[in-house]
Write a protein that binds this ligand. Structure first.
Ligand code: 2IT
Length: 447
């Protein structure tokens, strides 16, 4: 494989699809050396096949807002790769959603799902619908209109969507209700992230954040460090940030910053249980303002408008919000303030310049596809429970999540250990995921 040649072709074919091209470049650069030791991959053109989604569904979604106005959005489902199982991945509702964004997410999902040890292919979907400022009724009507098209693309053995940015338990409920009406299928396994009384797995809401902290613990342990007493900055205040803040606090770390599009909340004494609970209220309000935390907890929490979480001095940075949210300048500011570890919890949360800066300056770094895989892994556990028509208790799910995150860390170490004994987690995660998918594709022939 010649990475530059493949990238040049993709750039010409998909001009302006920057997130997608960025995600492909990162993976190809990591795997090129190993790939070239396998002439059978080259002969089967595995890479050329793997960078293209299997198919993309695009559809119009029309709904009526609270003022009686007709609104139109675009919906998508990108079924990226089914080599190791049915398509699996979340739905993102955000005003900036484009085919490029969903292709990057579907591509990443393919390797992430391979790392989980569970048999799931990669997919992603969503819409440019903007939930900010929408009422509950508007969210429901949009979800119903979206499912009117999506239901034909999905199924418990074909493609299993879940949540992502802008899609949580409430949205999955409205989507599932409409799916049943349309498909007349009552198999709960068609969506994950469901409510706990109707097929949802216990701990699924917490799983992305909990898994990220379990992974961080393994990474710190390998580096001879301990999370206890460490200061953490995390971005966002949605489902992922909530789970991460909960587990980090439980493990004895101190979360001193959370952020939103409007600025950062500095919490010098560390986030409290009441504040963590309030994150859920803030998410449900659809206001998208982290300032609300400072209004609710004056004194303990100081809001600084226009600043990112990365401006607060900490030991560990956990990006939990959106792709490319941490730039090279942010990485330098974090390092200058004493930060020595960054575990990416959001998908592709760090810009390439930030990753290179961390890696070249001895700052521990691990990529989202390894760190945040506990979310989709627990979705996989939800599918298993649905297929067996049973539900496990919290201990059983948590034990399995622990085991999976440990295994993902081991895979990174196996494929990413450098000559000096340190671990390149980017390389490790990419090679481990890639090898599994590539081998499966090869064994299934030229399709
Ligand atoms: O990025 C992700 O892994 C998710 N949004 C979760 C996907 C899932 O199917 O649970």
């Amino acid at each position: 494989m010649n990475t530059n040649e493949i990238l040049a072709k993709l750039r010409a074919k998909y001009p302006g699809e920057n997130e997608y091209l960025q995600a492909v470049q990162e993976v190809l650069e990591s795997v090129e050396e190993v790939y070239n030791q396998h002439p059978e991959f080259e002969k089967a053109k595995i890479v050329e096949r793997m960078v293209e989604p299997d198919r993309i569904f695009t559809f119009r979604v029309t709904w009526v807002d609270d003022q009686g106005q007709v609104q139109t959005n675009t919906g998508y489902r990108v079924q990226f790769n089914s080599a190791i199982g049915p398509y699996k991945g979340g739905l993102r509702f955000h005003k900036a959603v484009t085919p490029s964004m969903l292709k990057f997410l579907g591509f990443e999902q393919t390797f992430k799902n391979a790392l989980t040890t569970l048999p799931m292919g990669g997919a992603k979907g969503g819409s440019d619908f903007d939930p900010v400022g929408k009422s509950n009724d508007e969210i429901m009507r949009f979800c119903q209109a979206f499912m009117l098209e999506l239901w034909q693309c999905i199924g418990p053995d074909q493609d299993i969507p879940a949540g992502d940015v802008g899609v949580g338990g409430r949205e999955i409920g409205y989507l599932y209700g409409m799916y049943k009406k349309l498909a007349r299928q009552y198999n709960t396994g068609v969506l994950t992230g469901k409510g706990s009384t109707w097929g949802g797995s216990i701990l699924r809401p917490e799983a992305t954040g909990f898994g990220a902290l379990y992974f961080t613990q393994h990474l710190l342990e390998k580096a001879g460090k301990d999370i206890k007493g460490k200061k953490i900055a995390l971005s966002g205040f949605g489902n992922v940030a909530w789970g991460a803040a909960t587990k980090a606090t439980e493990l004895g770390a101190k979360v001193v910053a959370i952020s939103g599009p409007d600025g950062v909340c500095h919490i010098p004494g560390g986030i409290t249980k009441e504040m963590i609970d309030y994150m859920l209220v803030m998410r449900a309000s659809n206001r998208n303002k982290v300032e609300d935390m400072a209004v609710k907890f004056p004194g303990a929490c100081e809001f600084v408008a226009g600043k990112k979480a990365w401006s607060i001095p900490v030991d560990i940075a956990l990006p939990c919000a959106f792709q490319n949210e941490l730039s090279e300048d942010d990485a330098k500011e974090l390092a200058a303030n004493g930060c020595w570890c960054c575990c990416e919890v959001s998908n592709m949360g760090c810009q390439p310049g930030a990753i290179h800066y961390f890696q070249n300056n001895g700052i521990l770094f691990a990529p989202g596809k390894a760190v945040n895989a506990g979310g989709v892994a627990t979705s996989g556990l939800e599918m298993t429970q649905n297929a067996e028509h049973i539900s496990w208790d919290a201990k059983e799910v948590d034990d399995k999540l622990h085991f999976i995150m440990k295994s993902i860390h081991e895979q990174c170490v196996k494929f990413g250990t450098r000559a000096d004994g340190s671990v390149d987690y980017v390389k490790g995660a990419n090679i481990a995921g890639f090898m599994k998918v590539a081998t499966a594709m090869l064994e299934q022939g030229t399709v």
